[in-house]
Design a protein around this ligand. Structure first.
Ligand SMILES: *[C@@H]1O[C@H](CO)[C@@H](O)[C@H](O)[C@H]1NC(C)=O
Ligand SMILES: *[C@@H]1O[C@H](CO)[C@@H](O)[C@H](O)[C@H]1NC(C)=O
Ligand SMILES: *[C@@H]1O[C@H](CO)[C@@H](O)[C@H](O)[C@H]1NC(C)=O
Ligand SMILES: *[C@@H]1O[C@H](CO)[C@@H](O)[C@H](O)[C@H]1NC(C)=O
Ligand SMILES: *[C@@H]1O[C@H](CO)[C@@H](O)[C@H](O)[C@H]1NC(C)=O
Ligand SMILES: *[C@@H]1O[C@H](CO)[C@@H](O)[C@H](O)[C@H]1NC(C)=O
Ligand SMILES: *[C@@H]1O[C@H](CO)[C@@H](O)[C@H](O)[C@H]1NC(C)=O
Length: 508
C-alpha cells in the first residue's frame, strides 16, 4: 500500500519535474521564448489593421534572428482582433486565461488601448504600441505605467504648432475638426494642439459629418476672427473649406491655414487639391495658402528594402478589401520598431539577472534611450514616449500646384529648421483686419469640458445650448451603435466610455 502511494506520488511528480528540467535547460542554453500578443483590428479599413502590420513584425523577427545580437530570444507572435473598442480588453482577458503574454503590442485606438493598458500595468506586462496617442496617456505614473509609445503622441505633434506660434508671434487660432464619435482621432489630435497653445486665443469648431453637413458659412464666421486656422478632417472636407475660404477671399494672406495629416500619406502633398472636377483650378489657388503638418520622413536604404518586402507580402496575401495596403504608414513602421525596442530592453534586463516576467524593469529599460529603427534613429523620452520630428509642407509653385517640405521641427531639442524652399511671406499675416476686442476667452475660465459641439469663441448661450443638443444627439447615436455590437447596458457603456480616457478636452 505504502509502495503504491509512493509510486503514484512519483508518477505524479514526474511530468512536473521534466517540465522543470526542460525549462532549466532552456535557460541554461539561454533560450527564452517570448509570448507576444498583438491586439489590432482585423478589418483592413483601419490603416493599422493586423494584416497590414503583420509583415512588418515578421520582418523585425527575421532581422533580430539574422543580426544574432540576441541569440537566446525567440518571439512567438499571436494575434487577437481588437476591433476599435472594448473588444481588445475581452480578447486579452480570454487569451490570458490560458496563458498570460509576456508582451502586448497594440492596440492603437484610444478607447481600445485604455483598458488594455490598465490591465497590462496591473499584470506587470509591458505594452508597446504605435497608437494610444491621446494626451491622457502621457500621465504614466498610475494606470498607464507599463505603456510605451513608439509613435509620436499628439502632444509631441502639437509642439510643432507651439513652436510655430512662438516663432511667428501669431496670437489666435481656430481649431476645426471632424469628430467621428468612433475612433475620434481628430478630436484627440486637436486636443493636443489645444493643450499646448496656452498663450494663444483659441476657438474650436467641431462637427460630425455623418449627421450634419459641414456648414462652411458658419465656419467662415469663425475664420474672420482668427489669424490661424488649424484643421483636422478628411481630404474632401478640407477641400470644401478651402474652396469656400477662397471664394470669400480669405486666402489672400490675411489668414494662415494648416491641416494635420499624420496617417494617410496619399492624401496630402502634390495633387491633393486635384479631384478632376471643374473646381480644380480654384482649389489649386486656394491650396496655395494651405500648409500641412505631417511626420518628417527619413529615408535610409534599409527602409527601401523593408518597404519592398512589406509590399511583397501584402501582394502575396492578396487582400481584396484593401486599397493602399502596401503603403508603409507610421503604424507599420512603429510596430516593427516596437519589437526591436522590446528585444533590446529584454536582453539588457536578462543580462542584469531579470527575466521576461519582470515587466516593470523591461519597461524602464525601453524608456529614455535611442535606438536604430527601420527608418532611422528612434528616441524615446524619459516618459516612454517617442520624440518624433515633424515637417511643414507648403505649396512652393502655385502655377504647378506642387508641394515641398519648407520647415522641420525637431522634438529632441525643440528647434525649428527652415529649409531653402521656405518663404517668409507665406507665413506672414497680411492686412490684418480689425484688432479683436479683448474679451476674456471663455474657454479657459470654463474649463475645457464645455467646449464640445459648435462653439466659436465666446459665442452666445444659444449656440452653447444647440451645441449641447447636437452633442447629446450624436453621442447617443454612438452609444447605440456600439451597444448593438457589444451588447452592453447603455448606462454602463456610457460610463465606461467617459471614464475610459480622461480627456482634457471634452467630456466624452
Ligand atoms: C470593415 O469595416 C468597414 C467600415 O467600417 C465595413 O464597411 C466592413 O463591413 C468591415 N468588414 C468586415 C469584414 O467586417
Ligand atoms: C487616404 O487618402 C486618399 C486620398 O484622399 C483616400 O482616397 C484614401 O481612401 C485614404 N485612405 C484611408 C485609409 O483613409
Ligand atoms: C532585402 O534584404 C535582404 C537581406 O539583406 C535580402 O535577402 C532581400 O532580398 C532584400 N529584399 C529586397 C526586396 O530587396
Ligand atoms: C536619461 O538618460 C540620461 C543618460 O543617457 C541620464 O543622464 C538621465 O538622467 C536619464 N533621465 C531619466 C529621467 O532617467
Ligand atoms: C512635388 O512635385 C515636384 C515637382 O515634380 C517635386 O519637386 C516635389 O518633390 C514633389 N513633392 C512631393 C512632396 O512629392
Ligand atoms: C536640433 O537637432 C537637429 C537634429 O538632430 C539638428 O539638425 C539641429 O541642428 C539641432 N538644432 C539645435 C539648435 O541644436
Ligand atoms: C483679404 O480679404 C479680406 C476679406 O475679404 C479683407 O478683409 C482683407 O483686407 C484682405 N487682405 C488683403 C491683404 O488684401
Amino acid at each position: 500500500m505504502a509502495c503504491f502511494i509512493l509510486l503514484s506520488f512519483l508518477l505524479l511528480l514526474k511530468p512536473a519535474r521534466t517540465a522543470g528540467v526542460t525549462q532549466q535547460q532552456q535557460q541554461q542554453q539561454g533560450v527564452e521564448v517570448v509570448e507576444v500578443l498583438v491586439i489590432l483590428p482585423k478589418n483592413n479599413s483601419y490603416v493599422h489593421s493586423y494584416p497590414r502590420v503583420a509583415p512588418a513584425l515578421l520582418h523585425a523577427q527575421q532581422r533580430l534572428r539574422a543580426a544574432g545580437q540576441f541569440p537566446g530570444l525567440t518571439f512567438k507572435i499571436n494575434y487577437e482582433d481588437s476591433e476599435c473598442g472594448n473588444h481588445a480588453l475581452f480578447a486579452l482577458v480570454d487569451r490570458a486565461c490560458e496563458r498570460r503574454p509576456d508582451l502586448i503590442l497594440g492596440p492603437v485606438c484610444e478607447y481600445a488601448a485604455a483598458p488594455v493598458a490598465r490591465l497590462a500595468s496591473h499584470w506587470n506586462i509591458p505594452m508597446v504600441t504605435a497608437g494610444a496617442l491621446a494626451a491622457a496617456f502621457s500621465f504614466k505614473s498610475g494606470e498607464y505605467s507599463h505603456l510605451t509609445r513608439v509613435a509620436p503622441s499628439y502632444l509631441k505633434m502639437a509642439e510643432t504648432f507651439a513652436a510655430m506660434f512662438h516663432h511667428f508671434a501669431w496670437k489666435s487660432a481656430l481649431l476645426v475638426y471632424e469628430d467621428d464619435k468612433g475612433e475620434r482621432n481628430c478630436h484627440f489630435i486637436v486636443e493636443g494642439v489645444y493643450m499646448l497653445l496656452k498663450d494663444v486665443k483659441t476657438y474650436t469648431y467641431t462637427f460630425t459629418s455623418r449627421e450634419q453637413r459641414l456648414d462652411t458659412d458658419d465656419l467662415l464666421h469663425g475664420i474672420y476672427e482668427t489669424e490661424v486656422v488649424i484643421m483636422c478632417m478628411g481630404a474632401d472636407l478640407i477641400r470644401e473649406v478651402m474652396l469656400a475660404a477662397h471664394r470669400r477671399r480669405l486666402t489672400n494672406g490675411s489668414t494662415i491655414f494648416f491641416n494635420i495629416e499624420l496617417f494617410n500619406v496619399s492624401s496630402y502633398g502634390n495633387g491633393s487639391w486635384k479631384k478632376g472636377d471643374k473646381f480644380d483650378n480654384e482649389a489649386r489657388q486656394a491650396y496655395a495658402s494651405l500648409n500641412t503638418v505631417t511626420l518628417l520622413k527619413t529615408v535610409k536604404p534599409e527602409f527601401e528594402n523593408f518597404s519592398m518586402e512589406v509590399k511583397k507580402s501584402i501582394q502575396q496575401a492578396d487582400f481584396n478589401d484593401c486599397q493602399d495596403c502596401g503603403s508603409i504608414n507610421m503604424f507599420v513602421e512603429g510596430f516593427h520598431d516596437a519589437l526591436l525596442l522590446y528585444a533590446i530592453a529584454l536582453h539588457e534586463a536578462m543580462k542584469n539577472g531579470y527575466n521576461k516576467k519582470d515587466g516593470a524593469q523591461i519597461t524602464a529599460l525601453m524608456w529614455n534611450r535611442t535606438f536604430e529603427g527601420i527608418a532611422g534613429p528612434v528616441s524615446m523620452d524619459a516618459n516612454g514616449d517617442r520624440d518624433q520630428d515633424f515637417s511643414i509642407m507648403a505649396m512652393t509653385r502655385p502655377e504647378a500646384g506642387t508641394y515641398e517640405v519648407v520647415a522641420n521641427y525637431f522634438a529632441i531639442n525643440g528647434s525649428f529648421q527652415v529649409l531653402s524652399a521656405f518663404n517668409m511671406d507665406h507665413f506672414t499675416l497680411r492686412g490684418r483686419r480689425k484688432i479683436l476686442p479683448d474679451t476674456p476667452d471663455k474657454s479657459y475660465g470654463l474649463g475645457v469640458s464645455a467646449l464640445t459641439g459648435i462653439i466659436v469663441g465666446a459665442l452666445l448661450g444659444t449656440a452653447l445650448l444647440m451645441a449641447f443638443y447636437f452633442f447629446r444627439k450624436n453621442y447617443r447615436i454612438t452609444i447605440d451603435r456600439r451597444t448593438q455590437r457589444a451588447e452592453c447596458d447603455i448606462g454602463k457603456h456610457r460610463q465606461l466610455r467617459e471614464d475610459s480616457i480622461r480627456s482634457n478636452f471634452s467630456a466624452a
